[in-house]
Design a protein around this ligand. Structure first.
Ligand code: 5AD
Ligand code: SF4
Length: 436
């Protein structure tokens, strides 16, 4: 029997890409490919790219450069570029890097097997009329008790800095029935926690019984799936929050007490220039509503510093908002001008100023993150074991609040959902002992 062909995938960027990489691996699995972690062993290398910031996109070209000796040694090695850089740059990628055989966009990757079979360079960056999810094999590439499930793609918000509406296209929601059946299938394969994904996941409006469903309604239906113990979702936009989703945080026990709600800036002037269409105050009031139904909610956000026109006073407003809210975690970015976006036309903030702001912001976020972790010490929390720890008798998993937790538990097994008592807080994780 001949050896199966091997596929090496590298994923850049967000969780949506992690999900897409799994689905592409499954699509190629149907063609007889198995995945490998060793690039030198691969018959095909697939780079699933991110275009969100300049650095993310440049990584692709340096990685392609590093693949050249492999391709020279084995010209039949297939090299594919998927994801948002593929969508944005298309055939330009092959002009710059002729070693690339296939360029495939995020809406066309169900056609990847056909592109691989075809001879000569291939480019497919269509937004085809058919739904790719209807043309993909079942989920198989699962690694443990947690899984991502994309329920919504694309974005109609057009924040002035962001390429997503151009690379991922308009907001589209998958039908309820498809999502529920994918969730049941995941649970039958041992998954106990599902994170619902979408660029604007809380703008979900998929067709269900009786018309379009909201994310809140979808979460309530998922909570009825036997064996699904934990539900999370990301990423949300403040303007798409509705009463039912907020209420779900108070009355759906499976919905974990964690919310990633990007605000980007605490300055009304910057929010306006970013085309966010909400004010600082509206964001703060929204947070109050969440906390009134779920006081222990851990909040996370995204922040951009150095957006064109951001003054010192604007930046102080951001710091002030962070102090008012108290985040358990946050992602901080220096503004990066993206070609084709409205903000890229404007004069940038001086690099040294933006660098300094980023430092200050990160310091404050780290302080809050540490304080949030410290506040967990002595508390009992749920942890879902994802793997064994480095120390003997140790298990590693995530708490309800998405803290990484190392648990002393010589009898623990991957996939167990246990209660633990938190004993200490380290720099990036908690340590705990099992109590149930
Ligand atoms: N520059 C810097 N950060 C950006 N983000 C999106 N576009 C840019 C950009 N051009 C950040 C936002 C978003 C997160 C996914 O990436 O904070 O929420
Ligand atoms: Fe980008 Fe804004 Fe859409 Fe988020 S909401 S994907 S930041 S355009």
């Amino acid at each position: 029997m001949s050896e199966p062909k091997k596929l090496f995938i590298k994923t850049y960027g967000c969780q949506m890409n992690v999900y897409d990489s799994e689905r592409m691996a499954e699509a190629m699995g149907a063609e007889g490919y198995v995945t490998t972690e060793v690039v030198e062993d691969a018959d095909m290398v697939l780079l699933n790219t991110c275009h969100i910031r300049e650095k993310a996109s440049e990584k692709l070209f340096s990685d392609l450069g590093r693949l050249r000796p492999l391709k020279d040694a084995r010209p039949d090695l297939k090299i594919g570029v998927a994801g948002c850089v593929a969508q944005a740059e298309g055939a330009e990628i092959q002009r710059r890097m002729p070693l690339v055989d296939i360029v495939v966009g995020p809406q066309a990757y169900h056609r990847l097997p056909a592109l691989v079979r075809a001879k000569g360079p291939q480019v497919d960056t269509d937004f085809p009329p058919e739904d790719k999810f209807d043309h993909l094999p079942e989920r198989r590439a699962l690694r443990g008790p947690t899984a991502f499930l994309t329920v919504q793609e694309g974005c109609d918000k057009f924040c002035a800095f962001c390429v997503v509406p151009y690379t991922r296209g308009a907001e589209v929601s998958r039908p309820v029935a498809r999502i529920l059946s994918e969730a049941r299938d995941l649970v039958s394969r041992g998954v106990r926690e599902i994170t619902l994904l979408g660029q604007n996941v809380n703008g979900y409006h998929g067709e269900g019984v009786g018309g379009a469903w909201t994310l809140g309604r979808l979460i309530r239906a998922l909570a009825d799936v036997d064996g699904l113990d934990r539900i999370r979702y990301m990423t949300s936009h403040p303007n798409d929050m509705d009463d039912d989703l907020i209420a779900a945080h108070g009355d759906v026990p499976q919905l974990m007490p964690y919310l990633h709600l990007p605000v980007q800036s605490g300055s009304d002037a910057v929010l306006k220039a970013m085309n966010r269409k909400h004010t600082r105050d509206q964001y703060l009031r929204l947070i109050d509503r969440f906390r009134s139904v779920r006081p222990d909610l851990l909040l996370s956000s995204d922040f951009i510093v150095g957006f064109p026109g951001e003054s010192d006073a604007d930046f102080f407003d951001t710091l002030d908002l962070i102090r008012q809210v108290g985040f358990g975690q946050a992602f901080t970015f220096k503004y990066s001008a993206r070609p084709g976006t409205p903000a890229a036309e404007k004069a940038p903030v001086e690099a040294a100023v933006a660098d300094e702001r980023l430092q200050v912001l990160q310091t404050l976020i780290t302080e809050q993150q540490r304080a949030g972790q410290q506040a967990m010490v002595g508390r009992d929390v749920g942890v879902l074991y994802e793997k064994s720890g480095r120390q003997p008798g140790q298990m590693v998993g995530k708490s309800d609040h998405l803290h990484a937790v190392h648990v002393d538990d010589p009898v623990g097994k991957v996939g167990e959902l246990v209660r633990v008592r938190v004993l200490a807080s380290g720099s990036n994780s908690l340590s705990a002992v099992r109590i149930s």
